[in-house]
Design a protein around this ligand. Structure first.
Ligand SMILES: [Fe+2]
Length: 300
């Protein structure tokens, strides 16, 4: 199999700050269906049913929710040095040099920041669960994270030159980037800001995406966009505004591709009037969702 990125093998996790760890834990376990895998005084680490040690970190901090970093797993130890060097060449900085991870999950890591303040932690040798499985209505792993950019083309260049990601598709408003066989693990949203747009959690099937939609609605979190099936990536979706305005998505059936995939351009990805997804049943994203998609900025 060809590896789209010679350096990065997968999106591992996203780390956020939240103002109320107790409320967040309740939500992400009993409603969103993750499990707590580790806990410290100031943070909780949540896993899905898959092998990743954790896919979401929540750290206590007053104020609005913020994003601390996106964690990517690298293919070998030498990739840490390569990313650190390339980040500086591309105008970024090394925030934390290569060192042993002292937080739950372990491994070796380096943390870099791009010229606009997006923080990427690269990790190698992190803990992997031996009991990976799929269960109906429970997230397996992260599917993707979408990061807004006020200059998508320069952010795309950083992703390509530092992390060796490849462009899968470019639409009028998004650049979909891959590091493995998933159509995208990171997407960049054309915007007037550099916030976290949303985090998508991979469900085992479309039925689970739909059941999740009902469970969220029962808990007071209505579907803000969906149900639908995206164009690029072909994945089914339901979007929600979770606690503290963090936008979260249940998704399934993301398209698997290899390096023979022909990247689409904006003119390849247009909808007929009134349509926002393949099924044609979803209303457009709600104004509330659009506001929340700008709310979670990187910790500076
Ligand atoms: Fe998404």
């Amino acid at each position: 199999m060809t590896h789209s990125s010679s350096l990065v093998s997968a999106l591992r996790s996203v780390s956020l700050t939240v103002p109320d760890l107790v409320a967040a834990e309740h939500f992400y376990t009993s409603i969103w269906h993750l499990d707590v895998v580790a806990k410290t005084e100031q943070a909780i680490y949540l896993r899905g049913t898959g092998a990743d040690h954790h896919l979401l970190e929540l750290h206590q901090a007053d104020g609005s929710a913020k994003i601390r970093c996106v964690t990517l797993r690298v293919r070998d130890l030498s990739a840490l040095e390569k990313v650190a060097t390339a980040a500086v060449v591309a105008g970024g900085k090394v925030l934390k040099p290569i060192a042993e991870v002292t937080e739950p999950g372990g491994g070796q890591s380096v943390t870099v920041i791009d010229p606009d303040g997006r923080v990427f932690q690269l990790v190698f040798g992190d803990a992997i669960h031996a009991d990976a499985h799929e269960a109906q209505d429970r997230p397996i792993r992260l599917a993707h994270a979408v990061l807004n950019s006020h200059d998508v083309e320069s952010t795309r260049t950083f992703m390509e030159s530092v992390l060796d990601f490849s462009l899968s598709d470019r639409t009028r408003i998004m650049a979909f980037m891959r590091c493995n066989s998933d159509h995208h693990s990171i997407a960049l949203g054309d915007s007037d800001n550099n916030a976290l747009n949303h985090i998508a959690f991979l469900m085992p099937d479309v039925d689970s995406v739909m059941r999740g939609g009902g469970r969220m609605r029962d808990a007071g979190y209505g579907i803000e966009w969906g149900p639908g099936r995206h164009g690029p990536g072909d994945n089914a979706f339901n979007y929600f505004v979770g606690p503290f305005d963090v936008v979260i998505e249940y998704t399934a059936e993301v398209q698997q591709i290899d390096d023979s995939y022909k990247s689409g351009q904006p003119t390849d990805w247009t909808w007929p009037p009134g349509r926002v997804d393949q099924w044609g049943i979803s209303a457009p994203p709600s104004p509330r969702l659009k506001d929340a998609q700008k709310a979670v900025v990187f910790v500076s």
